[in-house]
Design a protein around this ligand. Structure first.
Ligand SMILES: [Zn+2]
Length: 365
């Protein structure tokens, strides 16, 4: 025992309900848990803390050597299975099954954390089979962004713990606690869509506010000439590329750290390098889409603000034909942006989407 008290759930942000459920579960754990929640909702931090509690000989004391090692990610009875490709493969699940049958190294029990099971497409039946014949000293902690239909049976074999998306206020508060200046924290939270990882990168991104302004200024720049829309679309596309830079740097640093570790272990090259690079590429594609979605939200807010101002003027000059027309245009713009956001979920490519949206906004401006 040491004097240092570790809060096993100290890195979990704004999920008091889920944390209370997990703390209670530590007393009498069942064999499987499914954490469901959007990206960046602290599921990983929670699964680590929960696993630490499960393998601790004192039920999650936060003071013993077992807890300390678990929280550093080096406990032999906790394994995290991360997919290496776009989906969890049948081979990866086979590996899980083999591991599940092993005895715990230190005695109490072992924990297998499997992330992104919403991506266990073809391997779901194999995973289900393992969950249905649970080895007595193994606890499974699965995480997923949602319970897709193919996952319903797996969910029914687990205790489901729900993680909610953090609101803007929650993200801002978290940033402020980490030393980000309050006004900046609120602006970053507005673009983070409840995702803490995204918020963290944006907070360190000096150009974030410049990009924000570029989106916000679009309405005032569209002059109806046709040329302005094309120029603005081009610039916003450039913004999306700029936005990727901090994430790329982060990925580059992660890769060199892993390569250093491999070298110190005496390996030639980094095992699984290709898969790591592919994971980075997927994250970068997702990041670009998130950035576009967040930009569209800023643009929409700009038109909403304009609409509100026009409606206030209309209060003073009821029935003014000019103002009515203006209100109609801004309302149409708000609607068009909603449709563009919806198209984003259907995988419409960014260049096409922006060019067509801005051309439409230009004609209503
Ligand atoms: Zn402990």
């Amino acid at each position: 025992m040491s004097d240092v008290q570790i809060d096993l759930f100290g890195d979990v942000v704004g999920q008091s309900r889920a944390v209370a459920q997990l703390r209670a579960a530590l007393a009498r754990p069942v064999h499987g848990y499914l954490f469901v929640g959007p990206p960046g909702s602290s599921k990983s931090a929670a699964s680590l803390g929960f696993a630490a509690g499960l393998v601790c000989p004192n039920g999650g004391c936060g003071q013993c050597d077992s807890c300390a090692r678990a929280m550093r990610g080096v406990h032999p009875d906790i394994s995290t299975i991360e997919r290496t490709g776009a989906a969890i493969t049948v081979d990866e699940i086979r590996d899980v099954t083999t591991r599940a049958l092993r005895r715990p190294v230190e005695g109490v029990r072992q924990v297998l954390i499997i992330d992104d099971v919403h991506l266990a497409l073809r391997s779901a039946p194999a995973l289900l089979k393992t969950l249905e014949e649970p080895p007595s000293k193994t606890v499974f902690v699965l995480t997923a962004e949602d319970v897709a239909p193919g996952l319903a049976t797996i969910a029914s074999r687990c205790a489901v713990i729900t993680f909610s998306a953090l609101g803007e206020a929650g993200v801002a508060e978290w940033l402020i606690r980490r030393g980000v200046e309050p006004l900046h924290a609120r602006l970053v939270a507005a673009g983070a869509a409840g995702d803490l990882q995204r918020a963290e990168l944006l907070a360190d991104d000096a150009d974030y506010l410049v990009r924000l302004a570029r989106w916000r200024d679009v309405p005032s720049r569209l002059d109806g000439s046709g040329a302005a829309a094309a120029v603005a679309a081009e610039e916003l596309l450039g913004s999306l590329d700029d936005a990727l830079e901090p994430l790329r740097r982060h990925h580059g640093a992660e890769l060199s750290a892993l390569e250093d570790e491999a070298r110190q272990r005496g390996e030639r090259g980094l095992p699984g390098r290709k898969e790591i690079v592919e994971r980075h590429q997927r994250a970068e594609r997702r990041w670009r889409t998130d950035e576009l979605r967040s930009g569209l939200a800023v643009l929409q807010r700009a038109y909403r603000d304009r609409l509100r101002a026009v409606l206030e003027q209309l209060d003073d000059q009821p029935g003014s034909p000019g103002l009515l027309e203006e209100a109609q245009r801004d309302a149409t713009a708000v609607e068009r942006i909603s449709s563009a956001s919806a198209a984003l979920s259907r995988n419409v490519q960014a260049p096409l989407l922006l060019a067509s949206l801005l051309a439409q906004l230009e004609t209503v401006s």
